[in-house]
Design a protein around this ligand. Structure first.
Ligand code: SF4
Ligand code: SF4
Length: 166
């Protein structure tokens, strides 16, 4: 079975809480799920799994560039070509969904790794805080808080479950 990449958002948040000045490497699949403006896996995972999907989402209302909108599943999407990195959405989110460095690399691609390339994947794993990105033979397992982001990436995160989104 081909190994999958497991990104541990719970550990990542803990690391970021301790070292707020840390610059995290970012990963994407070029010409794949992230081709809309080099959207990173961490951003996709955050909006899909960490975000509480507010009904009248204040992040969308506050964005001065109309860069945020919900997709058909209610998942917030950022149009990177419109976003001006003002971080108003980060500030207004009542749940601290987005890590403070979320938009740091908006114009800096030096720390981006294309996970389709084996060597880049190895370098990405080595560059990430220890234990936050690993290779695994596991599949999605909600009892371990592990969910599938796409066919190659699993994300460990606590989901916000309500009667509505069960
Ligand atoms: S950083 Fe600013 S421009 Fe970008 S999505 Fe957030 S509110 Fe909109
Ligand atoms: S305000 Fe925060 S939790 Fe609510 S939809 Fe926006 S990012 Fe998600």
């Amino acid at each position: 079975m081909a190994q999958k990449i497991l990104i541990d958002m719970i550990k990542l948040r803990a690391v970021m809480a301790e070292k707020s000045a840390l610059t995290l490497p970012e990963a994407y699949f070029y010409q794949s799920v992230n081709q809309n403006g080099l959207k990173t896996i961490r951003e996709l995972a955050t909006f899909r799994f960490t975000c509480r999907k507010c009904e009248d989402a204040p992040c969308i209302a506050v964005c001065p560039a109309d860069a945020l909108e919900k997709d058909k599943d209610g998942v917030v999407e950022r149009h990177t070509n419109l976003c001006v990195s003002c971080k108003s959405c980060v500030t207004i989110c009542p749940f601290g969904t987005m890590m403070t460095d979320f938009f740091k690399h908006h114009r800096n691609r030096d720390l981006f790794y294309d996970l389709k390339e084996t060597k880049e994947l190895e370098r990405f794993i080595a560059a990430c805080p220890e234990g936050t990105v690993t290779l695994t033979d596991e599949n999605e397992s909600p009892e371990k808080n592990i969910y599938s982001l796409n066919e190659k990436v699993l994300v460990r995160e606590y989901l916000y479950i309500t009667e509505k989104n069960k």
